[in-house]
Design a protein around this ligand. Structure first.
Ligand code: UGB
Length: 548
């Protein structure tokens, strides 16, 4: 469209004529910007805005009619391999296979979400997620990926909300030492927001411009296709693709084992799962059967009720349906051919918040969304769709909730998914890893802190840099001849250099290798509550290191 007249005609044709009713009241410049916006929205959405409106109307009708997408399907618990991290031997065998596969793996980070639930003003991958070394999520991910394989490639999906800040974070930190030419930044575009069942688009206040909202992380498949990355990676000899989310540091320790299972079982799709409690904001991986149809898929927590009115639990209170942690390993060759056939277009859904029981008007605007874990719906059969159930302590802890909401979740015996619980879970995992390789670490089951109604077990704080090793065997090999003891009140940072010239015994009681900025003047580091004036990074967890 080149002219305003063409624009008016187009919008009338697709049932969005209301957008131009007052167009004469706006300046020529504003009209031009509107024209440009509609052109952009029309080209970025596959099929254009006409297709978007058409699909929206169908999904809105289904929603108003209470159509249950799982009607007629029977859920059962999918079969999957388990990785319990119960002993060195259990994991080491798998890791030695997975370690080799890491040389043929590409990585994709979905980081287009704003994380509104966290009430953090900034991008989540820029959060300093532990206050022992102060590293950001992005720093941690890049260090791991490089330690997996120097030649590894990473694609990061950003959005209008996160692109500029992601670039700034990377550039200000010199890409954290990661080769720049091995990173591809992709950007997902937003889609129009709608206010009623006729899919009428809403406008920004006092503006002609259409209000737009994120389309969901499912865009990652379309973007990978558009950037032709799976093809490029296959030409480099890569075999696997790991997609992971923005705030879960633990999963990198599970990846070597999970890759081994993908290889051993020739899995086309291998979802990593963790035990989940009914009521948690975590989807459930289910096997759905209807006649000959079979689908192993994530069912979102807000849809589980229609499928499973009463969720069965095990003796520990966990659902028998494992939790989706949005970390998936794909076999690259199959993935590429599926993208060639489907362009990576994932089935969408809509979740309107209705103003009243008539279900005709919305309380706030709604848009079509898609989720990347819906990928198995693109496949002709689910013969090689599987999952790996990993001990939650070694694969899943995210930062999703503001500290007040997190406190309420804690009281309900649910995972808080706060900056504090994620930090605690990282230290806990690292303690367990050291114990598995025979290090003497003093721990306790009793929590040692409580901040913002969340009881935390923060001690000892242990950071294991990937340079120390990305598998249990590598870490063990580094520590080798040194007999290490760590007391409960200690704070420890181990990296690839730590044991180069170490003596036979290393008894740590206090602070070891902690960067000056995070040290305490006292022998032991402790944590103190922060007040409203503290930096945002501290407010979201509720505490800081006591420096004196
Ligand atoms: N993301 C994008 O890149 N673009 C977007 O438009 C939106 C998000 P959330 P969600 O594993 O903890 C999921 O919002 O979607 C990125 C599952 O639905 O943090 O609420 C975003 O940056 C659920 O089944 O999560 O919940 C982030 O990296 C559950 O298991 C990622 O997508 C839960 O994750 C996830 O976005 C979980």
């Amino acid at each position: 469209m080149n002219t305003i007249a063409e624009l008016v005609e187009f919008l009338n044709k697709i049932g969005q004529g209301h957008l131009t009713q007052n167009i004469d009241k706006f300046t020529e410049q504003q009209q031009k910007e509107f024209l440009e916006q509609v052109n952009k929205l029309n080209t970025t959405y596959p099929g254009g805005l006409e297709e978007y409106t058409k699909r929206a109307k169908v999904l809105l009708k289904n929603s108003a009619d209470n159509v249950n997408p799982y009607e007629g399907f029977t859920p059962s618990v999918p079969i999957g391999e388990k990785v319990n991290f119960s002993s060195f031997e259990e994991v080491a065998g798998l890791e030695s296979i997975g370690r080799e596969e890491l040389n043929h793996t590409a990585f994709v980070l979905v980081a287009g979400g704003l994380g509104e639930r966290l009430q953090y003003d900034g991008i989540k991958i820029g959060i300093e997620f532990e206050i022992t070394t102060g590293q950001t999520f992005l720093n941690y991910y890049l260090d791991f990926i490089r330690a997996f394989n120097e030649k590894a490639e990473l694609a990061i999906m950003t959005s209008d909300d996160t692109y500029t800040l992601t670039m700034k974070l990377l550039e200000e930190n010199n890409y954290y030492g990661f080769p720049k030419d091995q990173i591809t930044i992709m950007k997902q575009e937003k889609v129009p927001a709608m206010i009623d069942n006729d899919a009428h688009f809403t406008q920004q206040p006092n503006s002609l411009l259409i209000e737009t909202k994120p389309h969901g992380h499912g865009d990652v498949h379309t973007l990978l296709f558009q950037h032709q990355l799976p093809k490029k990676w296959m030409q480099q000899g890569k075999k696997w693709l790991v997609v992971f989310q923005d705030t879960n540091p633990l999963v990198f320790r599970a990846l070597p084992s999970v890759l081994a299972i993908s290889k051993n079982k020739s899995l086309e799709v291998n979802s990593i799962t963790a035990p989940r409690k009914p009521g948690e904001a975590v989807g459930a991986i289910c096997k759905l059967t209807k006649g000959n149809e079979r689908l192993t898929i994530n069912v979102e927590y807000n849809q589980l009720g229609s499928l499973l009115p009463q969720e069965p639990v095990d003796e520990h209170g966990f659902s028998v349906f494992p939790g989706n942690i949005n970390s998936i390993v794909f076999s690259l060759q199959e993935y590429d051919s599926v993208l060639e056939k489907t362009k990576g277009l994932i089935m969408e859904f809509i979740n309107p918040k209705y103003a009243d029981a008539t279900k005709t008007k919305f309380k706030s605007s709604s848009r079509l969304e898609c989720m990347y874990q819906d990928y198995p719906k693109l496949l002709e059969n689910d013969n090689r769709v599987g999952m790996t159930q990993v001990n939650r302590a070694f694969c899943f802890s995210t930062v999703k909730n503001d500290i007040k909401t997190a406190g309420q979740k804690f009281k309900q015996n649910l995972a808080p998914e706060s900056a504090s619980s994620c930090e605690q879970d990282l230290y806990n995992m690292n303690r367990q890893i050291l114990k598995l390789i025979g290090v003497n670490v003093e721990t306790s089951d009793v929590s040692d802190y409580e901040f913002e109604d969340i009881k935390l077990n923060l001690s000892p704080q242990i950071i294991l840099k990937p340079s120390l090793g990305v598998t249990l065997a590598e870490i063990k090999n580094h520590i080798k001849n040194t007999q290490v003891t760590i007391t409960r009140n200690s704070t420890v940072v181990f990296d690839g250099e730590t044991f180069k010239n170490a003596s036979e015994k290393l008894e740590i009681d206090g602070q070891f290798n902690v960067p000056a900025q995070y040290q305490s003047k006292s022998k032991y580091r402790t944590f103190v509550a922060v007040d409203g004036k503290a930096a945002q990074n501290l407010l979201i967890r509720g505490y800081d290191v006591k420096r004196d």
